[in-house]
Design a protein around this ligand. Sequence first.
Ligand code: F6P
Length: 402
Amino acid sequence: MSKKCIGVLTSGGDCPGLNAVIRGVVKSSSQLGYDCVGFLRGYEGLHDPVRYLNLTPENTTGILNQGGTILGSTNKGRFAATVGVADRIELAPELLAGVQTTINQLGIEGLVCVGGDGSLAVAQQFHEYGIPVVGVPKTIDNDLSATAFTFGFDSAIECATNALDRLHTTAASHERVMVLEVMGRHAGWIALHAGIAGSADVILVPEISWTGENVCHKILNRESQGKRFTLIVVAEGAELPGGGHVAEEQIGAQSRLGGIGQIVAAEIECRLQRETRVAVLGHLQRGGAPTTFDRVLATQYGAHAVRLILEGKFGEMACYEPPEISSVPIAKAVNHLRQVDRNGSAVQAARALGVSFGDCKADESPLAFRSDTEEVATATDIEVDADLTLDIAEAATEEALS
Ligand code: F6P
């Protein structure tokens, strides 16, 4: 009699820790007497043509600390179950039937789908169709509901923090304003956590509206204290002061975000005539070895996913509820973005340390401390042309989209 089998696939954008999950699934299922197959290029490998690898503890050895995914992944293709953040699109019935056939033919008892919001929305439709799936929450953005942390996030903030540390020394040496643009889509988790860990002076996130005037006020406030440089981290999804996002490209219903760093810099140069440089971290945040935290988290997610299959808990996603790994229905985790709480403790702590979120003047922050005798030059002392600022933002967006 052939052994029972567990399937695994990695879907969506890559991130550190995918291989650690695969290894966790393979090793723990092998311990329990299961065979394991890994489907190639995300959901695409499930049907027409079916493409998979037989995975063993031997051929997955040494991958724990490797970035990327040995199975390949894609965030494009035939398996799309959402438009934008929440609008559901139904997978084609023939596609679902094809996947069901593959699962039956290979004798797969359960399929571990490792992915973010969009990928797990596909897993949810599989579950509704009767295909035995469980989910593992992956994304550097940390924007999935129902889990405290997705794996990949810690590695991304490690990378962004490291970048801020490096920019810090140049900013201080050359008395410059340095802007770091980080990923995160419509959530500001990467900017917030890296900003705190990398001691940014200004953190701009999608969840908190900012103005150029307030950012400049912070710069002047620092200068009045003898600090002639400022470090700013901005999330790619931070909204423009007049509303809207800066997008590099429109891909279907999703826009590829990017370019806000240049706009923040242009605002500062225009208002204060200070030398302002921009670094865009981009995909460096998604590459490289996972951090220790992500290795542990991803390994636990892999082992827990196998356990969910053994217990017949299909349609569930492994989740982290510190200090334990448990599970929730996939439906609870997808289709509603988990964003930064503007009144949450991380934002409060940053404000308490004097970090500006660009939503008020440095000396107006409810938590900021300032001596009454201190003289602070304000951004309003500088002649501000609001229309010009808006024009710069619009022109940059148009250029980026043209
Ligand atoms: O969701 C992860 C993420 O890296 C986002 O932070 C970013 O906006 C997006 O993916 C970039 O995707 P792609 O690599 O397809 O351009």
